[in-house]
Design a protein around this ligand. Structure first.
Ligand SMILES: Cc1cc2nc3c(=O)[nH]c(=O)nc-3n(C[C@H](O)[C@H](O)[C@H](O)COP(=O)(O)OP(=O)(O)OC[C@H]3O[C@@H](n4cnc5c(N)ncnc54)[C@H](O)[C@@H]3O)c2cc1C
Ligand code: SF4
Length: 326
């Protein structure tokens, strides 16, 4: 790991100023450090200054309430929070399913949204690729079984965050300080991967995330299909929000995770679910099959075409029955 200076600012405003300071090369913000320290150890990030947000004395950064979560709240705290479990169970489930208990006790909400790709070629310093500013994509001809089912642009990565699709589906937004704006809609938080395949977000240098906001959705659900049930990212994940009239789905919104470089909304599924009874298993299955419309699998990701409708259907059932088993 490169030598670096460390600082613990007293406010997010000070953190923002330090992040654009010319006194150090490549200053970087750190929350839980779960992703950042891995990147530093591999030599992928070589900051001259690490700006630690965990010592800022501001309870709002950790506060969790219906519709708003402080940026520094841990995934464990979110998944255990009664207000979130009732008002937006999909958010609690997405946070509670990520990683391991140890990681969730440290990992922050902001860091989860801003974690870098899990592409193993990207994660190893010795490989070069377009996402690193070089040439080509070794995953295309190489080992890509956890990569995209819906590639967009030259990088075949999938977005790694459990939380990002949930926030998108709930018309969420990200509060920021340190720039010209105070809020970024989640729909705009990630760049279009066909135009910018290098950035994890549209945040400008010096912008610090302070909270996320989202609409309530008591009938919402998340399901991850994983190779192993802990210590891993999903192969495919499904997200659903339902508006129910008794047993009938008045309207639905669904989204897929781990299949594209950014969360993928599924309007064809939403349209097919409208008017369907949650007891009509055949109709739900048929509607969820539309999740693969537009898929362009790589040889190694064809299996995701089978998994995706299953994940979406289970998420729909979880949303219909938020307190029960999916
Ligand atoms: C074994 C393992 C399994 C995992 N499985 C999953 C999984 O299934 N699903 C999933 O979603 N994640 C998973 N993760 C990833 C984990 O959830 C993230 O690494 C973690 O949430 C990052 O949060 P952090 O607070 O540690 O971020 P950090 O590592 O501190 O920061 C990550 C990035 O965010 C930036 N950042 C942090 N806070 C702010 C802020 N307030 N404003 C602006 N920028 C900021 C940092 O500069 C950095 O670039 C897994 C991790 C491990 C180790
Ligand atoms: S998938 Fe993206 S991050 Fe991975 S090697 Fe290809 S260009 Fe790089």
């Amino acid at each position: 790991m490169n030598p670096f200076a460390y600082t613990s600012p007293k406010s997010t405003g000070e953190a923002s100023s330090l992040a654009t300071s010319k006194d150090h090369s490549l200053p970087v913000l750190k929350s839980g450090g779960m992703d950042l320290l891995d990147r530093m150890k591999e030599g992928l990030d070589t900051p001259g200054l690490v700006i630690d947000l965990t010592r800022i004395d501001d309870p709002a950064l950790d506060r969790i309430e219906a519709g708003r979560i402080g940026a520094r709240a841990t995934l464990a705290a979110v998944s255990d929070d009664e207000a979130i479990r009732e008002s937006a169970p999909m958010i609690a489930q997405a946070c509670g399913s990520a990683a391991t208990p140890q990681v969730r006790n440290v990992a922050s909400v902001a860091g989860n949204l801003l974690q870098e790709t899990r592409c193993w070629y990207w994660r190893m310093e010795r490989f070069d690729c377009v996402r690193k500013g070089g040439e080509g994509c070794p995953a295309r001809e190489g080992e890509h079984r956890f990569h995209a089912l819906f590639p967009e642009g030259p990088c075949l990565m999938v977005h790694p965050s459990n939380l990002a699709p949930a926030l998108l589906l709930l018309d969420g937004s990200v509060d920021v300080v340190g720039g010209p704006r105070t809020s970024i809609p989640m729909a705009d938080f990630q760049p279009d991967p066909a135009r910018d395949w290098r950035s994890t977000s549209v945040l400008a240098p010096g912008e610090v995330v302070t909270a996320i906001r989202f609409d309530p959705a008591p009938n919402s659900g998340f399901v991850a299909l994983k190779q192993k049930q802990s210590f891993d990212w999903p192969m495919v994940s499904g997200y659903a929000v339902l508006d129910l009239d008794g047993d009938v789905i008045r309207s639905a919104r669904t989204c897929a995770g781990a299949v594209a470089p950014r969360p993928r909304l599924l309007p064809a599924v939403d349209a097919a679910l409208a008017g369907v009874s949650i007891r009509d298993d055949a109709a739900i299955r048929k509607a969820c099959d539309a999740a693969t419309e537009g898929a362009a699998p790589l040889p190694g990701t064809i299996y995701k075409k089978t998994l995706l409708p299953v994940a979406i259907r289970r998420a729909v059932m979880a949303a219909a029955n938020p307190g029960g088993d999916a």
